[in-house]
Write a protein that binds this ligand. Sequence first.
Ligand code: C5P
Length: 295
Amino acid sequence: MKYSSLAYAKLNISLDIVSKRPDGYHNLKTIMQSIDLYDEITVKCTRGEGIKIETNLPYIPDNSNNTTAKAVNAFFKHAGITNYNTNLQINKNIPVSAGLGGGSTDAACVLRILNEMFKTGLKHKTLEEIAGTIGADVPFCIDGGTKLAEGKGEILTDLPKIPESHIVVCKPEFSCSTPELFSRVRLEKLRARPDTEGLIRALGSGDINGIARRMYNVFEDVLPNGKADIESIKGILLDSGALGAIMTGSGSAVFGLFTDIDSATVAYEKLKENYHECFLTKTINTTAPVKELEE
Ligand code: C5P
């Protein structure tokens, strides 16, 4: 049995930290959005045992630390499936350690593929529960689109879809450690907080300017380094005509939101002169279909 699908990246169009939890995690209030930038995943299952992972990038773990291996184990455990050997092929296009949810969306994609392959018919809700055991951003990636994520990220509420927008993503060379950024946050010292309710209202009325104006990520306040790079990328995006530009997740990728493709293209071309990982893409409101392949 061989199946494939695409795993779309996510953006945080706003990210607020509400409180610290006794389990060491943080309660979030973040609006997440899928974009048309994806990894390609193929899963082949045969009778046997073990998991083999092949990727196009040498630095991606090919062992049980890979989120896709965690997804296979969590799915088989939930479904009571044993004696299957799983071969995962992952073609990465989404930059890693970027705040774009690459590892999370790959894991969610594997759950969606296995659900088709084994005809288990698990509903989104159940897949999201399994996803929550893998990582905080994995539940969102099961269904994608535009959602409010609360709790660790697993409490999801559908929001009105964002009007289709062009997105320019740029990841500077440095990466941020997610646990380190969380540990640097002192809630009482944050300079500002996003107006999440206002952003949700703007989504409801399709007010793209109102959405862009309210985009805000509290992590930008606590960056240990790289602030200059982040500000410089934001400057190029805004000077080229972006309606708004912020860092996504725990970074270090920055994105700009555009209604005009020509302005987005200008920003993309300018950023490419200085940064290696740049993408001209758009918002997307579905997940990719799962396809059966000839073996
Ligand atoms: O769940 P995930 O492995 O993606 O999270 C990575 C790290 O980010 C966690 O180990 C934790 O330190 C931090 N985190 C957090 N609160 C969240 C999500 C992640 O503190 N809601």
